[in-house]
Design a protein around this ligand. Structure first.
Ligand code: 3H9
Length: 645
């Protein structure tokens, strides 16, 4: 099957690339494009060539699946070069996204035009590589070095208008794109052609600008950004051909690196998780209005997540005062966004206008889906569901945001168990991307599909989790904390373990993080289990809580804190509590300590997988990356542990 079709519009040859789903560049596409240049150059009836794409997007980049395979000619940089050298000028007509190799092909064309909602970018750094087909060499020649640094190192695409202003494209075409692009080409042919991008001059930048750009990417996990700066700098200071050779060398080195392999793994993991194969063909229920029970931190965060996605919210609290508090919690979150410049006052007003708060459960009657986000206590939650069963429509989806409890117990007695599901958001719920979706054996497929569809609308990363204590994320987190304590018992210091976790790439170590969130939360939960008669031995953190050390809120936990200062300081008082339980002399290096933590997480992950709590190892990686700050560039605990074996 041909990927590229051709038809004539007068003296303009229109090429349509059709390689679903996203027109990724395959070897066949490169071959067909190469042949097209030769063929059209030789055709006297052709004055110009329009490059368009079928389907939802322009060319979205090189086919990431081909990265591990032996390269097949023609190589992409040569193809871009061939298009640029074509005797007939090529015009790229861009809709959807022109990304990576797709934008590089477009930069080989003499002109680029785009639909108003098109996006153009070089997202390669997100895959741990740099653009490898002249993206770091042609871009500065087209839009200047400083703008090129921004485009390449951020990996974020530009909208058509921004691209036009910067000179990345020549025109924004309103209305029918191919028709408008043909018109553009005709007009362009009557004027003098611009220089091909590769021969355009590029103004040099001060060394200080380059140094600043390099310094911004000195941290771990930013290897691709740092090398992109290096390649861009070289490209502005050297002739085109030499710059291309340099870019290729860096591209190949990065492509074969551990970081790139890990980021490719995450790329495909993120595309697999939202689409469980068992839901293929299942139509989700419509959700026009979401109900939320509970206006605390979690309920308010969920409400903001819904409002940011344009979904109207009904929030119910136990009395009018609590309902008003819920609204002010929402307002506080939104005001924070306004302060950071992420939201305008008008948008904030619009978000708030879409929230109805009440102490009357009956207001939930029109909601298509209701999320319970009240205190983590089985009796409290069961009482909420009894109310929901009373007031909600029989086809409304009922969800619990429990993080530890068995959803089956929470749903006990609710008529229509097939409409019940667990939706475990992470705090702050309007920011954290992870959403664990926890079906019970009774949950209907279309209810599960509704949960995944809602996650998509809210911009969340949904991961299906089975029922066990803590589901996927908190169960692994518990093991991680236990391993961190074990390292203390073996004689390593609190700050040593934290530093090892940070060196590995976590923003915070396990003990600093506990001090921040409070040691008492997990303590109270364990106390609850003890009260139920379960044998739950004291952890070291329980001992600190019993000694009055709950973390930053009590000026001390694993560390001490000066008043008004969140800097952790080694604590003699904590040491005194811990000392009787230390049974070793330490001795592991930072890397060994980190490996112990990661291996423990991966070991728990393997159990979770064996028990069917997670569907795939890559889902576990996503849970840790999106819910617990596991460094993305390591691929997650399952990937990292498997690589280090
Ligand atoms: C590059 O170009 C390197 C060059 O500089 C140099 C080379 C020498 N390859 O995201 P979606 C699949 S690096 C293979 O759900 P959307 C994806 O796996 C590349 N497959 O759709 C999924 O498959 P499935 C630089 C790809 O509409 C399906 O397409 N480019 C690729 O939400 C739909 O994906 C990028 O990094 C690919 N490049 O979003 C662009 N891209 O259905 C990455 C997608 O089997 N892609 N697939 O699960 C994107 O950002 C989004 O896919 C896009 C569409 C915005 C295009």
């Amino acid at each position: 099957m041909q990927i590229i079709q051709q038809h004539m519009d007068g003296d303009i040859a229109v090429l349509t690339v059709d390689n679903p789903p996203v027109n990724a560049i395959s070897a066949q596409m490169r071959q067909e494009l190469w042949q097209a240049v030769d063929r059209l150059d030789a055709d006297p009836a052709v004055r110009a060539v329009l490059l368009t794409c079928a389907g939802r997007t322009f060319i979205a980049g090189a086919d990431v699946r081909e990265f591990g395979q032996p390269p097949v000619e023609p190589h992409l940089p040569d193809l871009v070069d061939r298009i640029e050298r074509a005797e007939k000028p090529w015009v790229a007509a861009i809709h959807g996204s022109a990304l990576g190799g797709g934008l590089e092909i477009a930069m080989g064309c003499r002109f680029r035009v785009a639909a108003p909602d098109a996006k153009l970018g070089l997202p390669e750094v997100n895959l741990g590589i740099i653009p490898g087909a002249s993206g770091t060499v042609r871009t500065p020649r087209l839009i200047g070095a400083e703008a090129a640094i921004g485009l390449v190192t951020s990996g974020r695409p530009w909208r058509a208008q921004q691209a036009l202003t910067a000179g990345l494209i020549d025109a924004v075409v309103e209305g029918d794109l191919p028709e408008g692009a043909v018109k553009f080409a005709r007009a362009a042919l009557s004027a003098e052609l611009p220089l091909p991008v590769s021969v355009r001059p590029v103004a040099p930048l001060d060394a200080a600008v380059w140094d600043r750009a390099a310094a911004a990417f000195a941290g771990p996990g930013q290897q691709a950004q740092a090398r992109a700066v290096e390649s861009l700098r070289y490209a502005t200071e050297h002739p085109f051909d030499s710059a291309m050779r340099n870019e290729r060398r860096i591209f190949v080195a990065l492509r074969d690196s551990d970081q790139a392999a890990a980021l490719r793994h995450v790329f495909f993991a993120e595309r697999a998780a939202p689409r469980p194969p068992e839901l293929k063909g299942v139509t989700p229920r419509g959700v026009a209005r979401v109900g939320i029970v509970g206006g605390g931190t979690m309920g308010a965060g969920i409400a903001v997540a819904c409002r940011n996605a344009g979904v109207p919210v009904v929030m119910v609290e136990r009395d009018d005062e609590a309902a008003a508090r819920g609204v002010s919690n929402i307002r506080a979150i939104l005001a924070g966004s306004v302060k950071r410049g992420k939201l305008t006052e008008a948008q904030m007003a619009d978000r708030l206008a879409g929230v109805e708060a009440s102490a009357d459960y009956a207001r939930l009657a029109p909601c298509d889906l209701v999320i319970e986000a009240v205190f983590e206590e089985i009796g409290v939650k069961q009482a909420v569901f009894a109310e929901l069963a009373r007031v909600c429509r029989a086809d409304a989806v009922l969800a619990t945001n429990t993080s530890y409890l068995d959803p089956r117990r929470i749903f006990e007695g609710v008529p229509g168990q097939d409409r019940c599901v667990g939706l475990h958001f992470f705090s702050p719920a309007h920011i954290m991307k992870l959403l664990e979706i926890v079906p019970t054996p009774d949950t209907a497929p279309d209810v599960l599909a509704t949960a995944f569809a809602l996650a998509g609308r809210l911009g969340k990363m949904p991961v299906r989790a089975g029922i066990c204590e803590g589901f996927i994320g908190n169960r692994i987190f518990k093991r991680y904390r236990a391993e961190a304590e074990k390292l203390l018992v073996e004689g390593h210091e609190v700050q040593q373990v934290d530093a090892a976790a940070r060196d590995f790439g976590f923003r915070m170590g396990p003990f600093e993080a506990q001090d921040l969130s409070g040691l008492d939360i997990a303590f109270l939960q364990r106390e609850g289990l003890r009260a139920e008669g379960q044998d739950v031995p004291d952890t070291l953190s329980d001992r600190l809580v019993r000694a009055g050390r709950k973390g930053q809120k009590t000026a001390g936990g694993w560390y001490d804190y000066a008043k008004g200062d969140r800097t952790p300081r080694p604590s003699a008082a904590a040491q005194e509590v811990l000392a009787p339980h230390i049974a070793g002399a330490g001795g592991l290096s930072s890397a060994q300590i980190a490996a112990r933590l990661v291996d423990a997480m991966a070991d728990e992950g393997r159990k979770i997988l064996a028990e069917g709590i997670a569907s795939r190892a890559s889902d576990i990686d996503l849970v840790e990356i999106h819910g617990y700050g596991f460094p993305r560039w390591t691929g997650g605990p399952m990937f990292a542990a498997a690589r280090s074996r």
